[in-house]
Each structure stands twice: as C-alpha cells, then as structure tokens.
Design a binder for this molecule. Structure first.
Ligand code: PLP
Length: 385
C-alpha cells in the first residue's frame, strides 16, 4: 500500500466558495415548508399563509442588504440574477448608446452575458485588473464614455477573494450617467454589504454561497431602475420574474439571510483561522506565495501558488485524504487552461497551474484546519522527494 492509499480519518470540507452546506436551521425550515405546498397566489388560507411566509423571507434578505422588500426579486440562481440584471437593464437603456463595461476577471455568468451582448451589436470594454486582482478606479475612468450604458463589476472575486472598491467605481459610473450592476455572489454572507452605502443600481446574490440550497438567487433593483424581465409569464415578483414561487427554497434563503447577520458579525473568527493557516502553509514550501495578499480580501479565502507543484495533483491527493479544496473556481476545475483570473493578474501560467483555493466557512473547526494542514505538509514533503 503506497503512503497515499489510506482511508481518510477525517472528512474536511474547505471549498466554501464553491458552495456551502445547508445549516441545520435552514434544513428545519425547508422540512416544514415541504408540506406547505399551496401556490402563494391562490385565494385560500393555506395559500395566504405561504404568501405571508414568502414576504417574511423577502424582508430578511432585504434587511441583510439594508434595503426594502420592494427592491428584492427572487430568481433561480446567481447566474440568472446576473443575466437578468445585465440583459434586462441594457434592453431599457439602449437608446442612449451601445457601450458597456465589465472586467476580464468576472464570473462566466457575467462574461458570457457580455459576449452575447457583443453579438447583439453592443461594444464591450473588458477592464484589466492590477496584480492584486483589483479593478482600479483609474482603469474605469479611462474607459468610461458618454455613451456607456452600464458598468458591471464584481464585489469579491470567487478565486482570490479580492474585494473591489465598488462604492468608488459606482460613483464614476454614475457621474458619467451609466448604471451600475454588482455581482456580490461571493461577498454576501461573508462581509457586510449595504446596497444604500454602495449606491449600486443592481446587485446579484446566490443562495448556495450562504448556506441555503443551490437553485435560488436574488436580484436587488434600486428604486427607479427599470429592467425588462427575462422570464415573462405570470405577474410574480412584481411582474419581473414569472414562475410560481419556490416557497421551500425562498424560505431556506430567508432563514440563511437571517443567520448570515450573525455569521458576518463573527467573521473575525474565520479570518483568524485563515490567517494562521495561511502563515503555516507559506512556511512549508519555499517560494509559496499568496495571491491578492496586498489588498482587502474575503476573510475566508486563501489562494496560494506552490511554484513547481501541480494544483490539480494536490487536489487529487488531498481528496484521497478526505479533504475538499479547489485548484481554481469550481466551474473551471479540470480545465486544461490556467485560471483566467490569475493570468489576468500577471501570474505566469505555470504558477497559475500550481495554485490551490482553500475556503473556510462557519462550520470549519480548528481540528479540521489542523488535519488539512498536516496532510498538505505531508503531500508537499513527498513531492519534494
Ligand atoms: N458569481 C460569482 C462570483 C460566483 O462565484 C458564482 C458561483 O460560483 C456565480 C456568480 C453563479 O452563482 P450560481 O451558481 O448560483 O448560478
């Protein structure tokens, strides 16, 4: 039996940026609503009860973002929210011009939407990030024009955790008369996000990044911002997103949003564990470096390159030892191309291939971190020969 072939003594999930488990309180609410099957639009007590419950969940989400229930629509996922925001807003604004702005390091649900907009006759500027993975205000200032309709930039990057100066970027867009969409999928539930303070016009959320199920999302729409619905039909979600409400998942997200208030307030605990883990990782391989280290980052995320090693092989070896991490974003793992986020930051392709993304969550125990660290050190020692 080789030293890698043994039954893991522990299962440790350190990939919270890919998705999160359901919290027990979220599961409990889902269980209750599995038997409350009435359509919230029907006209009897059972249905009215569900309508009221959906209203309460909407209020919880609104409160997490510091807005009102009227400004929240439920969607099927973060990808839908991004598509709806960009395509729906541009449709309303197209008389003003044909120019749109995003960045090179957005999630595919944003990038592919902009590529689609190009096929529809729009001109798109893809902003470059700096070496820390940040979109600088000067970069936006240099590209924005009088005919720019919309700027879409992410709050926190899913691979590096780097946090963009959204408030300042949004100010630049507004000064030029453009509206601002923010993909906040990775930030919500990890750091405080206040839509009034940021002053964004549209903001996307995904349930499965904050301990609710996959398949539920939210789009925040500021008062006065008009979007054309992508999914037309019944009048649900203020006529902006047709489809009978997924009451079970909406209730799950409402509970997750309520719990997120406490989790965000306690984020220093995760950050402390992350910082200690990171310092020990750096110590076990000479030349290892943390990406986006010189900027503010999500408190749970580590993006580390081990030049000379192969990220995918590390993921496989860790998997054999019961540890779940990513070599890049979950939707890109197994790709033969280096991470486009890391290469956009100026990291050479071989270092980009030598990278692990490790992301902690509220259920990560100190014992989990110690076990993972011990296993990573053992794998690295073997690979050093
Ligand atoms: N935006 C970012 C930054 C993400 O990380 C993700 C998911 O990984 C999404 C959007 C898409 O969210 P969903 O999986 O709910 O479609």
């Amino acid at each position: 039996m080789s030293e890698f072939e043994f039954k893991p003594i522990r299962n440790v999930y350190l990939d919270y940026n890919a998705t999160t488990p359901l919290l027990p309180e979220v599961k409990e609410v889902m269980q209750v609503f599995m038997d409350k099957y009435a359509n919230p639009s029907s006209n009897y007590a059972m249905a009215r009860e569900n309508k009221t419950a959906v209203g309460a969940a909407r209020k919880n989400v609104a409160s997490l973002l510091n807005t009102s229930s009227n400004n929240i629509i439920f969607t099927s996922c973060g990808s839908e929210s991004n598509n709806q925001a960009i395509r729906g807003a541009v449709k309303q604004l197209q008389k003003k011009g044909k120019h749109l702005i995003t960045s090179e390091i957005e999630h595919p649900s944003v990038l592919e939407t902009f590529r689609y907009m190009e096929t529809q006759g729009f001109e798109v500027s893809y902003l470059k990030c700096n070496t820390d993975g940040i979109i600088e205000t000067d970069t936006l200032q240099g590209e924005i024009r009088e005919d720019t309709l919309l700027v879409s930039l992410m709050l926190a990057n899913n691979e590096t955790g780097a946090i963009n100066p959204i408030k300042e970027l949004c100010q630049i867009a507004h000064k030029s008369g453009a509206i601002f969409h923010c993909d906040a999928v990775q930030a919500i539930g990890k750091i405080p996000v206040d839509v009034k303070d940021l002053n964004v016009d549209l903001l996307s959320v995904s349930g499965h990044k904050l301990y609710a199920p996959k398949g539920i999302g939210v789009l925040y729409i500021k008062d006065g911002i008009v979007v054309e619905p992508l999914i037309k039909g019944g009048g649900q979600e203020n006529g902006l997103r047709a489809g009978t409400e997924n009451v079970i998942y909406i209730m799950a997200l409402g509970k997750a949003a309520e719990l997120a208030q406490t989790n965000v307030a306690n984020r220093a605990n995760i950050e402390q564990m992350r910082d200690q883990f990171e310092a020990e990782l750096l110590g076990c391989y000479s030349g290892a470096h943390i990406n986006s280290i010189n900027t503010s980052r999500l408190p749970n995320t580590i993006n580390i390159s081990f030049p000379g090693l192969v990220g995918d092989s590390l993921v496989t070896e860790l998997d054999k030892r019961g540890i779940c991490v990513s070599a890049a974003a979950a939707c890109k793992s197994g790709s033969s191309k280096p991470s486009y986020v890391l290469t956009a930051m100026g990291i050479n392709p071989s270092d980009a291939f030598a990278t692990l993304r490790i992301s902690f969550g509220v259920q990560t125990l100190h014992e989990d971190a110690s076990y993972a660290l011990k296993q990573i050190k053992a794998i690295i020692d073997v690979s050093k020969g």
